[in-house]
Design a protein. Structure first.
Length: 529
């Protein structure tokens, strides 16, 4: 181990120690807020009702609740144990780690079922996002109810509109993440009686509610000129109503597309709505300034640690199709061919070759090994997780729009849009011809989403692989309701993953990137030690 690597490891451990201390108190707060749902099942009175009236007494209180709801919405990005697991399951990120939960459930091959039991010490992988997003919705609902039902005001008409739009935006986003990540979640309206038992709704129902909430944001933004208070979300400059309206449209389209669990559902997506939304979507990257405290993104930040997150061979093969699907059980690997796509060259800042493999445990399977890592966010790692971080690239909107055009059989328009993007300007790839087939254009779009939207939206690459039936057989397609929540509801525990898969809750590998449902990475059928 060299001094540089040792120093980075020590730095990483220190960072995690500080961050875990900061995450503990919010976790308790989120669990308390979630009890609004859980305790209703047990006929326990909600103790927060008197406090709600008290904390929403003034305009400043209303604004403060929305500001806190934004922080809660993005809290799952503060744990390296959450977002990354979906991307491991998508064969996007790889690593080996001393702790079994970091690689076993979502990265081991063949895939195994997620241990959705109270005995699983890694249960917070699913319970924390589930809790935080519902807590964010609870806070947003309080403000929506205060303004729209009780007639309270957050200030001037412009400030009141900004506060209301912010609350609806948080609600829409949290519902979107719940729908695209879990099989079921709660739909709680701003006027719902929380003393009654709350039912769980399907991901399709939750997404429909998310889309209605996005529509509400868009209507407010289109009808009133305002600027979001700087305390709401830590963007480089506060968003105007026009900017927020564009952002809401792109996120609404992105969630709608990502909600499909398989190719059939992807074909059934309302692509006309996706196209209409993206035609007025974002034209600038959605950037949040991380401060190392309320605003963090561990998944992106830790990518700068040269031995931790590595790039799975599936992604490298986009730029060099001759590269092996996985690391060999014996021997070493060459560098990938960097002449096909410029993004494979280190000078572009996308990927970096690391010769060291000392931290990879070969006894856990060669499929975990890789010489390459993501280097696009090295500056953020160097600055200890403080600085600008892209949460949604403007290229997201271009690619969504191009895909909608293809799905609506307007292929030449999609080709023109795709050729004007970073595929040619950065990757230096030859433009696609106007006569390109539907499958050729769709494949190019998915490659661009893998390379250009790197590690941005929560589980974005997993959700893309899922809707193409491209995940390995046995891969979980969505998380079950967390065991702690099922226990609070006094319902039976259940889970997904492993085995042949049904294509509905667990991938059947029908279009696996490995070449079929039974294909493996290695010669001789070796998939696991």
């Amino acid at each position: 181990m060299n001094l540089t690597t040792t120093g980075r490891m020590v730095k990483f451990i220190k960072q995690n120690h500080r961050k875990m201390k900061r995450i503990f108190v919010p976790l308790l707060a989120a669990a308390t807020l979630l009890s609004v749902a859980s305790c209703a099942d047990l006929n326990v009175n909600n103790p927060n009702n008197p406090d709600t009236r008290r904390v929403l007494a003034t305009p400043a209180d209303l604004q403060g609740i929305v500001a806190g709801a934004f922080v809660t919405l993005y809290n799952p990005w503060q744990g390296y144990q959450h977002n990354v697991h979906m991307e491991w399951a998508a064969d996007y990120v790889t690593m080996t780690n001393a702790f079994r939960g970091f690689w076993n459930f979502f990265k081991v091959e063949p895939r195994v079922a997620w241990d959705n039991t109270l005995a699983n010490s890694n249960g917070d992988i699913t319970s924390i996002p589930f809790q935080r997003w519902h807590a964010a919705i609870s806070n947003a609902n309080d403000v929506i109810r205060a303004i729209e039902v009780n007639g309270q005001s957050a200030g001037t008409p412009a400030v009141n509109a900004a506060t209301l739009a912010g609350a609806w935006f948080v609600r829409a986003m949290a519902l979107g993440y719940l729908a695209t990540s879990f099989d079921k979640a709660y739909i709680v309206s701003p006027t719902q009686d929380l003393t009654q038992r709350l039912d769980l709704s399907s991901y399709r129902e939750v997404m429909a509610e998310a889309q209605r909430s996005f529509d509400r944001v868009i209507r407010i933004c289109d009808s009133v000129n305002f600027t979001l208070p700087a305390t709401f979300v830590n963007t480089p400059s506060p968003y105007t109503s026009a900017q927020l309206g564009r952002l809401a449209r792109t996120y609404a389209a992105n969630f709608l597309v990502q909600n499909a669990r398989n190719r059939t559902e992807n074909n059934q997506t309302n692509w006309g709505r996706v196209l209409a939304l993206t035609e007025q979507g974002i034209t600038q990257d959605y950037v949040i300034n991380l401060d190392g405290n309320n605003w963090q993104n561990w998944f992106v930040e830790i990518a700068g640690l040269d031995w931790y997150w590595r790039t799975d061979h599936r992604v490298i093969r986009h730029m060099d199709p001759t590269y092996p699907t996985g690391y060999p059980a014996t021997g070493t690997l060459r560098r990938a061919d960097s002449t096909r796509d410029a993004r494979m060259r280190e000078s572009t800042g996308y990927f970096k070759y690391e010769s060291g493999l000392a931290f990879f445990r070969l006894d856990r399977g060669p499929q975990l090994r890789s010489h390459y890592r993501f280097s696009r966010y090295d500056a953020l790692y160097i600055e200890n997780g403080v600085g600008p971080c892209v949460f949604l690239y403007a290229e997201t909107n271009r690619l969504l729009r191009a895909e909608a055009l293809v799905m609506l059989n307007r292929i030449p328009e999609a080709v023109e849009l795709l050729n004007a993007g970073r595929r040619t300007t950065v990757g230096r790839l030859a433009p696609l011809p106007p006569t390109a087939s539907r499958d050729e254009v769709l494949n190019a779009i998915f490659v661009e989403r893998d390379l250009e939207l790197m590690m941005t939206d929560f589980g974005i690459h997993f959700k893309d692989m899922r809707r193409r039936d491209a995940l390995q057989r046995g891969t979980i397609l969505h998380f079950p309701v967390p065991a702690v929540e099922l226990a609070a509801r006094q319902e039976a525990l259940y889970t997904y993953g492993g085995g042949a898969g049904d294509g509905v809750n667990t991938a059947n590998g029908s279009n696996s990137w490995l070449g079929g449902p039974t294909a493996t990475r290695f010669t001789g059928g070796q998939t696991q030690p």
